[in-house]
Design a protein around this ligand. Structure first.
Ligand code: COA
Ligand code: AMP
Length: 629
């Protein structure tokens, strides 16, 4: 059968007989109780997969491999050029560490359904922390280390954790990040107070512990009784992961246990083309969804060896780091963000570092997290001489919606497109009225409900916000927030966001949140933030501000203070470094700021003056200011 026919057959099965299709896929998972209903649609448009089933995700990721005789296989390889550390952890060692930490957490009062916030750097203990939560049936919420204390506090207040797991510090190439003072500040700022914290002390910087509230990780684990896996419902939450939306309040994306395990097992084989025993590497951070799905759970559920990398694609120590790791640990499939490749290409345009290593073990490179410009993809393909797979997904979906199924039925690569819809995701393009457009025409990218297993069932304790943000605009469809088109070969082209979310170095940020922070400054009357194209990071935030009438600071002083304020409130990850002072912001007659038009002007794209504009001269002034900025 041709690859295309093969693909069509899968799509037909997943679309017409989803229950049969996903029941088969569920055989990859060890269940404590089988499902009563594969797809529970009793509460449309909210769907639940594997209703009635019970399992434990940690058991599937760790214990069953030990029981099956693979205890001596490496589960995690930790490679940290920033500390000069290399360490291998077998499945048996991982099981022992996870069981001990779960025991320590249980002693601290954590039980099934409790929330636990994890604020940690890229060290193996972070995976141990996630798995220990899964083992207890507790719901983890990992917060990316690059976020500042107020962002952590917002997440603590929403998730209301009983416990926070953290480390004494993170390590960036140019500085130590003392996590503990940030955590203390966040707990000070939050209304909800966790009962305890458990702190992993790193030798680079020891943290001061507060008697009674803060527990030392190693001591707590030594004193604990190892805890066994607790069976949970397939529909119980495994984790909450906060992501940026249009407003400043992040959305708590919920991931269930059962559908998640099934979807990840399926994707490891069919998309990422790895078998049990293979080495798989996603060079991302566990603070993002890529880290959840493909540093922690996916590879471990599939009994692969996963790599925890604490470093950067360049500068730790050089642009050859990725190739050294791939060669040293015999990585078969490798996943990273296009930004990382742009950084490497910038330092090593002729691929001299690549030639220094034998990377013949590598069968494919996977890029996602932001739009992959064709030049980067083509460069990677020429240098590596292997398939370079652009694939498209988001925090909400948890695994790829569109991809080249390299492990099942590969199709020719078109640079700039993440290929076709993954079976189970019925992707369509609609216009602003929700009507289907003709093939080749651009519009909003939507996915017909029900979404497949592994995707978000809802937002944390907020069904209404889930409905309003994703399901209400086009009845019967999930709104992805992206725009693009489908070509005559059924390839999807994802071109831009339809909302005010921007993507900086593969990190998803809310311009609305940055605007909130700017507006807090006494010198600011009004602010708008837009994403402007950047050769390295894809996009960078640019603040356009109107000064208040009583401002006494110079424009330079205001800019410096605003940049510091965003860093203090959101974190260094926002990469907010550019402010432009303007007299007025362009608006529609109803008062809506014309961010999309300003973005086009800043990027040098052609733009139309909206018919609803309040004052055309304001837009002309903005164009002048941006041209000289
Ligand atoms: N903890 C604390 N601070 C962090 C952090 C963390 N975990 N991660 C990043 N930061 C800080 C950085 O130190 C930097 O601070 P600075 O402004 O003082 O320099 C800022 O946040 C921005 O970080 P980053 O986006 O990493 O930019 P960079 O300029 O340091 O490095 C690249 C540029 C290209 C090397 C880097 O962006 C990169 O590796 N990108 C790949 C993206 C990726 O993997 N995305 C994951 C989604 S799939
Ligand atoms: P996140 O939730 O942080 O993973 O960000 C998801 C968003 O990143 C998507 O909605 C897209 O806007 C963008 N994105 C991710 N992967 C791709 C891709 N392959 N092509 C284009 N955009 C992408």
């Amino acid at each position: 059968m041709s690859e295309l026919a093969n693909y069509q057959q899968w799509v037909t099965q997943a679309t017409e007989e989803p229950e049969h299709y996903w029941r088969n896929a569920a055989e990859a998972i060890s269940w404590d109780r089988q499902a009563d209903t594969i797809l529970d649609d009793a509460d449309k448009p909210f769907y639940r997969w594997f209703a009635g089933a019970e399992l434990n995700t940690c058991f599937n990721a760790v214990d069953r491999h030990v029981i099956d005789g693979y205890g001596e296989q490496d589960a995690i390889i930790y490679d940290s050029p920033v500390t000069g550390t290399k360490q291998k952890i077998t499945y048996l060692q991982l099981q022992q560490q996870v069981a001990s930490l779960a025991g320590a957490m249980a002693s601290a009062g954590v039980t099934k359904g409790d929330r636990v916030v994890i604020y940690m750097p890229m060290i193996p203990q972070t995976l141990v922390a996630m798995l220990a939560c899964a083992r207890l049936g507790a719901i983890h919420s990992v917060v990316f280390g690059g976020f500042a204390a107020p962002e952590l506090a917002t997440r603590i207040d929403d998730a209301k954790p009983k416990l926070v797991l953290s480390a004494s510090c993170g390590i960036e190439p140019n500085r130590l990040i003392p996590y503990k003072p940030l955590l203390d500040e966040a707990i000070e700022l939050s209304t909800h107070k966790p009962d305890h914290t458990i702190i992993y002390q790193r030798q680079q910087l020891e943290a001061e512990l507060q008697v009674e509230r803060d527990l030392d990780w190693l001591t707590a684990c030594e004193q604990a009784q190892p805890h066994d896996c607790v069976s949970v419902k397939a529909t119980d939450p495994l984790y909450i992961l906060y992501t940026s939306g249009t407003t400043g309040q992040p959305k708590g994306v919920v991931r269930d246990n059962g559908g998640h395990a099934v979807a990840l097992a399926w994707s490891m084989k069919h998309i990422y083309n790895v078998n049990p025993g293979d080495v798989f590497w996603a060079a991302s951070d566990v603070g993002w969804v890529v880290g959840h799905s493909y540093i922690c759970y996916g590879p471990l559920i599939n009994r692969c060896t996963t790599i925890v990398f604490e470093g950067k694609p360049i500068g730790t120590p050089d642009a050859g780091t990725f190739w050294r790791i791939i060669s040293e640990y015999q990585v078969k499939s490798f996943f990273t963000a296009p930004t990382a490749f742009r950084a490497i290409r910038g330092c090593d345009p002729d691929g001299d570092f690549i030639k220094q290593y034998d990377i013949s073990c590598l069968s494919a490179l996977y890029l996602a997290g932001e739009r992959c410009d064709p030049a980067t993809l083509t460069w990677a393909q020429e240098q590596l001489q292997i398939p370079v797979v652009d694939h498209w997904w988001q925090t909400e979906t948890g695994w790829p919606m569109a991809a080249n199924l390299i492990g099942a039925c590969p199709v020719p690569i078109k640079a700039g497109s993440p290929a076709r819809a993954v079976p189970g995701f019925n992707i369509e393009i609609v216009d602003s009225a929700g009507e289907p457009v003709v093939k080749g025409e651009s519009g909003m990218i939507v996915v017909k409900l029900p979404l497949p297993p592994g995707t978000l069932p809802t937002l944390w304790q907020n069904n209404q916000r889930y409905y309003d943000a994703y399901l209400s605009q086009v009845e019967g469809y999930y709104l992805t927030g992206d725009a693009g088109y489908i070509d005559s070969d059924d390839y999807l082209w994802v071109m831009n966001r339809i909302d005010d979310v921007i993507n900086v170095a593969g990190h998803r940020l809310s311009t609305g949140r940055i605007e909130e922070v700017l507006s807090e400054h006494a010198s600011i009357a009004e602010a708008a933030v837009i994403g402007v194209n950047d050769e390295l990071k894809g996009e960078l935030p640019l603040g356009l501000v109107v000064l208040s009438s009583d401002n006494e600071l110079s424009q330079d002083e205001v800019s410096k203070e605003l940049i510091a304020l965003v860093r203090e409130h959101i974190g260094a990850v926002a990469a907010f470094k550019h402010v432009v002072v303007v007299d007025k912001l362009p608006k529609t007659r109803s008062g809506k700021i014309l961010r999309a038009t300003m973005k086009k002007i800043a990027n040098g794209d052609t733009y139309k003056v909206p018919a609803t504009i309040e004052d055309e001269t304001v837009l002309a002034q903005i164009a002048d200011v941006l041209a000289t900025a």
